[in-house]
Ligand binder design. Structure first.
Ligand SMILES: [Zn+2]
Length: 592
């Protein structure tokens, strides 16, 4: 790697530093504005005339901008100063004061939902108010499920000792577990990394140890899981949600039927995608059957191509430019300005992210670039998020939101562009095999595995309705779902029966796992249309889609691509893309 210092971001456009006096001044201004807002509008929202209602929306926007600036700065700054107590103290202070002041604003949505349909229609006939339709629709969708203010408040207060308490106990309990391999102690992140070691014996010891530790803690974790499921069931029933997944689906703005279509289509493809892949992987690893923990094991033909930062940037920008000069122009700005923090350093968060706290301003990218091929793909991914943000700046502070199901479109699509160009330029069969196997492995982990998780939690919650579910029963459901999705070339036995305890999403965000598959299949479905040249002006329509992911309805935003997320064909299209890469992989391995 080059000796030259890699680019760093510059947050001074927010604040000059953690001791900038403007921070305290802004916190004060925010609290004062929130208090004044409540005094002015509480108890009156349902009776406001258009003019005043619009004024209230503008005030909300203003406060939102200030809160995003404060929270954004504190969060971004702390992500590169994890060991600096001043940075974390500032973060804590900002979060707490924003939360406290934010309570003054809760009434607005609740009161808005007291408006009857006719009064709402009258407000929305004003064009300036209609601009806020995506936001107001989002507030409104909870109306049928809201309880009286008294009950809502009680639920909120009791949550600290019920739902949230169990989640917190789970997280803190799991974080304290230690895993021992060859006499050495590891935490959960470390032991997970050992499962990716090129040493098969080490992988086996680590895989078994994760399961053993989970089994030793089955009593506590099963108890916690039963409480979380029951707590959710009680609230769901009071609110009138039909299925255990319905509350999550409402938040993600998808119908129960769409999620069922997705899940069933994926299950119909277990055999021709996941099973087939693991068969190829077992051949590449030279075994009859791979072990459960070997699913993500590196291949003996892994490629170790290295990139300098300049080469990485060029690789990514070239691929973006090939696809769309407009997208390229948006992307290039990130490298002309101090918006990316590139290199790993002391006290910096691991991994990568794109964060744009302020809707109307550009986002920042955090990387930990060391020049591996995956780092280049990560850059492509985060840059996709960055461009996605830039295309949404005009949508309005209140209208914009992050919807997981479409939030990953631009990032995964950006990664696909770069992956495809790497594949096109690969010079040897071995390099192609390494690339394809890596990609298909990732795609299966996201699109298929998460649906197996979804079936696990669906069955667990269904059985919980009849009473507490034992650890043995949960293990059994887990094993059945794993066997069905992984197929005959993966060994699934008692040595992986308790791994469900390790899937944090089951505990802290029930029914969230399908969103990963949803997002991946959406992108794959789009990319499949592009590969097939099925859509005229694909690139322009794609940029248009990105600008609307949070403010448009699913069927509307995908219509220009001839796609309908309500249909099974939509999801099948996404899975076909995995099959397409799998065909290429199989052909190359046969030749080997
Ligand atoms: Zn992402």
């Amino acid at each position: 790697m080059a000796e030259k210092k890699l680019p760093e971001w510059d947050l001074s456009e927010y604040y000059k530093g953690v001791d900038d006096p403007q921070i305290d001044a802004d916190i004060r201004i925010y609290s004062e504005k929130a208090r004044a807002f409540a005094e002015k509008y509480r108890g009156r929202v349902a009776r406001l005339e258009a003019e005043e209602f619009l004024q209230a929306l503008h005030e909300l926007e203003d406060m939102n901008r200030l809160a995003s600036k404060l929270g954004g700065y504190a969060g971004l700054n702390s992500s590169t100063h994890l060991t600096d107590p001043q940075a974390s103290a500032l973060y804590q202070k900002v979060v707490e004061s924003l939360n406290e002041a934010g309570k003054d604003l809760l009434f607005f949505g609740l009161e808005y939902n007291k408006l009857d349909a006719k009064a709402e229609e009258k407000l929305l006939s004003n064009d300036k108010i209609r601009f806020y339709l995506p936001y107001l629709r989002r507030v409104r969708k909870y109306k049928p499920y809201e309880l009286s203010e008294e009950v809502e408040k009680t639920l909120l207060e009791k949550d600290v000792t019920s739902g949230s308490a169990w989640v917190r106990l789970y997280e803190e309990y799991m974080a304290r577990l230690t895993y021992t391999v060859d006499g050495k102690k590891y935490n959960d992140a470390q032991i997970s990394r050992l499962c990716l070691s090129p040493d098969a014996e080490l992988r086996e010891k680590s895989g078994k140890e994760i399961n053993n530790v989970s089994r030793e803690n089955s009593f506590a974790v099963t108890y916690i899981y039963n409480m979380i499921m029951k707590d959710k069931a009680v609230e769901d029933e009071k609110r009138g949600f039909k299925l255990p997944m319905s509350a999550r689906n409402l938040a993600e703005e998808v119908s129960d039927e769409t999620v069922n279509n997705l899940a069933e289509t994926v299950r119909d493809n277990y055999k021709n995608i996941a099973w087939r892949f693991y068969k190829i992987k077992s051949r590449l690893l030279g075994v009859d059957k791979i072990k459960y923990w070997d699913r993500n094991a590196p291949l003996p033909i892994e490629d170790d191509k290295e990139y300098s930062w300049e080469e990485a940037v060029k690789t990514v920008l070239d691929a973006y430019k090939d696809f769309s000069p407009k997208l390229y122009d948006i992307a290039r700005e990130f490298f002309d300005k101090p918006w990316i923090d590139v290199a790993p350093k002391e006290g910096k968060r691991s991994g990568a992210f794109c964060s744009g706290p302020q809707t109307e301003e550009h986002p920042f990218l955090l990387l930990n670039f060391v020049g591996k091929r995956t780092d280049v793909l990560t850059l492509a991914h985060e840059l996709g998020h960055g461009c996605h943000h830039q295309l949404r700046r005009e949508n309005g502070v209140l209208n914009e939101t992050t919807r997981m199901t479409t939030e990953e479109v631009a990032s995964v699509f950006g990664e696909m562009l770069v992956f495809q160009s790497m594949l096109n330029r690969a010079t040897s069969d071995k390099e192609k095999i390494a690339l394809l196997a890596m990609k298909v492995n990732d795609m299966i982990n996201t699109a298929i595995r998460q649906i197996a998780f979804h079936f696990f939690e669906t069955r667990a919650h269904d059985e919980r309705r009849l009473g507490e579910v034992s650890a043995e029963r949960l293990n059994q459901i887990w094993l059945e779902e794993m066997r069905e999705s992984l197929g005959p070339w993966v060994e699934v036995d008692e040595n992986s029966a308790c791994i469900w305890e390790q899937v944090g999403h089951f505990f802290f965000l029930p029914f969230y796992v399908y969103a990963y598959s949803f997002a991946d299949c959406v992108v794959n479905s789009l990319y499949w249309q592009k590969l097939q040249n099925n859509v005229d002006n694909f690139a322009d329509k794609y940029l248009e889609l990105l600008s609307k992911t949070a403010i448009g309805k699913y069927d509307e935003i995908f219509a220009p691509f001839g796609l309908n997320p309500g249909s099974k064909e939509f999801w099948q299209g996404g899975l076909n893309l995995i099959g397409y890469y799998l065909d290429q992989l199989e052909e190359l391995v046969d030749k080997l």
